[in-house]
Design a protein around this ligand. Sequence first.
Ligand code: PLP
Length: 473
Amino acid sequence: MRRSFASHAPTKASVSAKHWEPQWPESDLRSESRQHVMSTWGPGAPIHSAPLLRRGEGVFVYDDAGKDYLDWTSQAVCSNLGHTMPESVKQALKNQMETLPFVYSGFGLYENRVRLSSLLAELLPGDLSGFLFPTSGAEANEAAIRMARRFTGKTKIINQYRSYHGGTTSTVTATGDFRRNFAEGTGGDGAVGFVKTMNPTDSHLFSFGATDEERTSKALGFLEEQIICEGPATIAAIMLESITGSAGVYLNPPGYMEGVRALCTKYGILLICDEVMVGFGRTGKMWGFQHYDIQPDILTSAKGLTGAWMPCSMVAVSSKIKSFFEVNPLGWGSTFHAHPMNLAVAYACVKHMLDTDLVGHVKNNVEPIMLREVGRMVEKYDCVAQGRVLGGFACVDLTDPRSGLPIQEFSGKNCSHPEAILTFRKELNKNGLIGFVRPPKFHCAPPLVIKPNELEEGFARANRALDAYAACF
Ligand code: PLP
């Protein structure tokens, strides 16, 4: 007899006893994965044969057979503190678990929420003094966009083509890279009110000029013309990654960000800096925007805030925006906003970064090796076109040496030698590196706590994978 779905009433006796076993063997995990596990962004099938990771320590993660993988992109450029949680962070989490594991942020104040806000205000230059704590980078950008629109009473947001701002519908429409097409164009109509502008940095097809000065001046001229054509009265914010992250670690040319700031002020537009990836020391300064002489009106960050140990992001706003929302509804919220466990970990992590002078370590111990090793890579390989390094963040461009052109288009399509990319990815894993490769970009962004000898070992492993890539042509 067919049972109705409504009468399905699971009990402990009706589900498999293996759920009470301490650990499943690899074969069971892989077969259950094939049936039930789904992936984000790309097709799902490859995840079922990815390394089965059992534990992490320092800058390494280890698979079922005990093989070590050096974490070459800090997972998604977020495991800045590696894979060993400091005692102070564990203790903070335990204290929070034992005292107040959850409270809805609309119902009460709690100590870590106030103390973390106060500490972040001290860490930020200028008057970024009001804080929200969503749970992801995308959500922080959603909140920032909502606030910018409500504060200015205007709608449009200007973003750059070479950018990534998140996977929710608004933030992926704000995004410039190929992921935007999953929400607009092929799969839906995206969100409204997002306008794209050109990055001031060079691509192999286009440049605003031959010198930094020329690039800055032409790019700013282009942007001002665009603001006038769109209508300043319709533009709420210009929202940029302070340093483009997944699009390839590009610092804007001197004077560009200062010029954008001046245009924002001139036309009554807010400046939002997205530092989801680069905030908290990744580039050798606490904040990416400190590479320029500017002050954003809104700053978003995430990832490094908790070393990725808890899903927590932040939005910092200037005092004038904070004051506005003291008496006007903010108009954005979430059940898990300012989750006490997230904030306990965030507060302990930020203090740990200060206790250990993480930013100083990145600048003095990590950056010099990154510069040297990336320089050597570019010199050694015909298939590596250019390298950019900033603190603990580097990226090289993989080319097809037969043409000297990027191996793959920025659109994520048209790879001139897919086998070579496949080989490169496999060789990275085989040689003991784990991380993402977004051809033509190959990022080097290990945990910021990496020691000099570990970083050198990582580059040696990356070079072995590049040898195999080069041999494909
Ligand atoms: N903004 C930037 C600059 C990012 O790099 C990312 C993620 O990589 C996001 C936003 C989205 O963050 P999340 O994946 O936590 O939503």
